[in-house]
Design a protein around this ligand. Structure first.
Ligand code: FES
Length: 356
């Protein structure tokens, strides 16, 4: 569905831990279809904070059965939006909320008998909780394994909900891994690293055919998990979502990997059937920023190649992406790009936000 902002009322705000809250929104009847979601997707929230348009994306924590739309927000040091959300927002206020987006998701079916493996760290639990809970409630013949890293038990977001799920469902294996609280077991102390992946894989997972491995957390954890499952021949099973903007540069993605290409392109951006054309050099601004300069109301959130909100399809010509932590290989093969990371490498480029 095309990303669209609507103004929604905040139904309630719950303090989840000392440094995190969750926010539920009221969805008017006429927008219920627009805000239906697949577990794992996220919402982009927009607020005017001291005169600045600030947008952040947060994963939906609710399960489908709960009939509500809730996101979790962890306070980050000097974080404009998270500080505002954790300390100033009140129930009853309204906020601009984009319709659910994101390709980190799992489709459930009561007839499935699958094995799902999840890894999460800190607030990376949010989309994972929605996925885990929906699978457990929908697929009684599937098995779910969750390895969840935090500093301490007290700072573990959604611990009581997860413990309740583990008591209720015998097909749910839940392991907490704490970096700043001694558990007396080396396998559950420290960070989620290669040794812990190997230990839990051979102790609990090996022998089961894996439907998917889903990881949400910092880049280092995701790299560890990708490397581990690649070594097991299961690279294609790994799906991931970063919850912070990466600091390391990723490989450039392009259909023509030639850094020496420098063109002065004519770029046309299509959104809501309107066309916006502008000149843009390969070494100039990214396509998203250049489109904003000509007043195209293009969707965005992180501007860091992480959230996927600025996804669009190249209809003509070619671009290269500086970073891509959000699109899957098949999406790139189908011509989709992150416009906040895209630069033209042919003289004519047409990009449409109207293709999904
Ligand atoms: S705005 Fe988040 S990936 Fe482009």
């Amino acid at each position: 569905m095309k990303p669209t902002f609507h103004t929604l009322n905040i139904k309630d705000i719950k303090k989840e831990t000392a440094d995190s809250v969750s926010i539920a929104f009221d969805i008017p009847e006429n927008l219920k279809g627009d805000y239906s979601f697949i577990p794992g997707q996220y919402l982009t929230l927009k607020a005017d904070i001291k005169g600045e348009d600030v947008r952040r994306s947060y994963s939906i924590s609710s399960a489908l059965s709960e009939g509500e739309l809730r996101v979790a927000i962890k306070q980050v040091e000097n974080g404009k939006f998270s500080t505002y959300a954790c300390h100033e927002l009140q129930a009853g206020q309204s906020m601009d909320v984009m319709t659910p987006q994101g390709g980190f998701k799992v489709e459930t079916n009561a007839a499935n008998a699958n094995n799902y493996v999840f890894y999460a760290a800190g607030s990376g639990i949010t989309p994972v909780l929605s996925m885990v809970r929906t699978i457990l409630e929908t697929e009684s013949n599937s098995n779910v394994f969750l390895y969840y890293g935090n500093k301490t038990a007290e700072l573990t977001i959604f611990k009581s909900e997860l413990d309740a799920l583990a008591s209720k469902y015998s097909n749910f294996t839940l392991r907490y891994i704490l970096s700043k609280e001694e558990s007396g077991d080396a396998n559950t102390n420290g960070r989620i690293d290669a040794a812990k992946c190997a230990h839990f894989y051979s102790a609990e997972i090996e022998g089961n055919e894996i439907k998917g491995v889903y990881a949400c957390g910092p880049e280092s954890m995701i790299d560890t998990i990708k490397d581990f499952y690649t070594s097991k021949g299961l690279k294609d099973k790994v799906h991931f979502e970063l919850f912070t903007t990466p600091v390391a540069a990723a490989d450039e993605t392009s259909t023509e990997a030639d850094d020496s290409v420098e063109v002065n392109a004519e770029v046309t951006v299509i959104i809501d059937d309107e066309e916006y054309s502008f000149p843009l050099a390969t070494s100039g601004k990214d396509v998203l920023s250049a489109a904003q300069d000509v007043d195209a109301d293009v969707p965005f959130s992180c501007k860091g190649g992480v959230c996927c909100t600025c996804r669009a399809k190249v209809m003509e010509g070619k671009v290269k992406m500086s970073l891509n932590f959000a699109l899957e290989e098949d999406e790139v093969a189908d011509g989709f790009v992150l416009t906040c990371q895209s630069h033209p490498i042919t003289e004519k480029v047409v990009i449409s936000f109207d293709e999904y």
